[in-house]
Design a protein around this ligand. Structure first.
Ligand code: NAD
Ligand code: USQ
Length: 405
């Protein structure tokens, strides 16, 4: 298939582009490298020394003979995005190109506004470009399990049958997102459902859980292909952070009692899920939703698992309960359904099989690059200000004046 991967320089996008290319698909990466700018803005860097994208692609071509096309630009710029769709004529577009950190979106007003404009505008532009130029193309869009929040009922895959005053209907599952970032995904979902309904587009909204792991078969071909491993308080996700903390001899930063439960998946399952979605497209007019995760854990369970894994490696990891900087339920019911991707053929990798290989060993390999000063949380949901006054300014948050076309 001809597949465009928007956000292909990022964590999920890079692994996916290589996987799809290795499987024989014709892949183009679209990215504006803004993720690398956010690292400069926050004065942090990925634990793994990722190479410039052009170098990554050159090495991939030398190793495999496969060419991945690179199209550099901002998906909030409609003319650029339209030129991509017109020129590449994709059969599927995989859309990862959004600001994906909940804490980043909660820094201050500017970061909240930026996150929603970047994410919602990019997806809207894509819907318009597909309708105008490639209406049969299948949109595979990354949403998030966090769109649902933590309701006191089972979470269905996108839709729920509701009976009300003697009548029954199948309706979108209620959304209770926990950050301005998660809200941007809800807005995207609504826009996608609407566009499929009125224009007959075809879309799959993948409500993904927290992804962990760095190594996929393709990334492992060469050091130059290494993927991101973020462990800072803004972009680092919980499992990465705990592993880096354990290796650095820092206490594992459990927020509150750690009863928050989420869905998780190995990055090797992310790439497979994307391929399964592309190979089995939605029908015209259909906006289907898959819950993309394989196991659920509470934060304290993860901390205990990392502590035990560290101990096997001769590392002593302590667990520290910090006051939760987020506004979230500590103890809650959580039972999210996730069978549709399994039905399509996903064979999950489980955390118990990969934690040591994929995470602890990577953290140990690059331990000299760990900066312990970026472990403690600074962004606080209750104090999201109009303008944050810090030594790092928000100058890397681009103005949208130039990209309003
Ligand atoms: P990432 O930040 O590593 O990658 C996103 C990429 O998109 C970056 O390379 C960035 O430069 C690019 N990008 C962002 N805005 C852009 C724009 N306007 N124009 C062009 N390129 C742009 O993020 P990730 O972890 O790979 O996540 C990818 C997607 O998957 C996101 O939409 C995220 O919400 C979703 N997701 C991620 C996780 C996770 O645990 N990482 C979990 C669930 C969902
Ligand atoms: N947490 C801690 N200690 C830490 C870091 C996090 O206790 O040091 C807790 C958080 O309070 C939260 C949970 O761990 O309850 C998960 O936090 P996270 O930062 O790992 O993940 P989250 O903010 O939910 O976001 C990540 C990705 C996002 C994706 C989302 C999927 O950054 O792009 O959408 O996971 S989901 O969680 O299903 O919404």
């Amino acid at each position: 298939m001809k597949i465009a991967v928007l956000g292909g320089d990022g964590y999920c996008g890079w692994a996916t582009a290589l996987y799809l290319s290795a499987k024989g698909h014709d892949v183009a990466i679209v990215d504006n490298f803004i993720r690398r700018q956010w690292d400069y803005e926050l004065s942090v860097q990925t634990l793994t020394p990722i190479r410039p994208l052009a170098e990554r692609l050159r090495v991939w071509q030398e190793l495999t003979g496969n060419v991945i096309e690179l199209l550099v630009g901002d998906v909030t710029d409609y003319d650029f995005l339209a030129s991509v769709i017109r020129g590449f004529e994709p059969e599927a577009v995989v859309h990862f190109a959004e600001q994906r950190s909940a804490p980043y979106s909660m820094i201050d007003r500017k970061h909240a506004v930026f996150t929603q404009i970047n994410n919602v505008t990019g997806t809207l532009n894509l819907l318009f470009a597909l309708r105008e130029l490639q209406p049969d193309c299948h949109l595979v869009k990354l949403g998030t399990m966090g769109e649902y929040g933590t309701p006191n009922i089972d979470i269905e895959e996108g839709y729920i049958t509701i009976e009300h005053k003697g009548r029954r209907d199948v309706l979108p599952f209620p959304k209770q997102p926990g950050s301005f970032y998660h809200l941007s995904k809800v807005h995207d979902s609504h826009n996608m459902m609407f566009a499929c309904r009125i224009w007959g587009l075809r879309a799959t909204d993948l409500n993904q859980g927290v992804v962990y792991g760095t190594v996929t078969d393709e990334v492992a071909f060469d050091e130059a292909l290494i993927n991101r491993f973020d462990y800072d308080e803004v972009f680092g996700t919980v499992l990465n952070r705990f592993c880096a903390q354990a290796v650095a001899g820092h206490a594992l930063t459990v927020y509150g009692q750690g009863g928050q439960t989420r869905g998780f998946l190995d990055i090797r399952d992310t790439v497979r899920c994307i391929e399964l979605a592309c190979l089995n497209p939605a029908d015209r007019g259909e906006c289907r939703v898959y819950n993309q995760f394989t196991e659920q854990f509470s934060v304290i369970e993860l901390a205990e698992l990392v502590k035990a894994a560290a101990s096997k490696l001769g590392l002593k990891a302590e667990i520290e309960h910090l006051s939760d900087p987020r506004v979230e339920k500590e103890q809650h019911y959580y039972n999210a359904h996730h069978s549709k991707l399994i039905d399509l053929g996903l064979s999950p990798h489980y955390l118990s099989d990969s934690l040591l290989d994929s995470l602890m060993n990577i953290a140990i390999r690059y331990r000299d690059r760990i900066d312990s000063s970026i472990f403690l949380p600074q962004v606080n949901w209750r104090n999201t200000s109009n303008e944050r006054k810090t030594q790092t300014t928000v100058s890397a948050v681009p103005s949208f004046a130039a990209t309003g076309s």
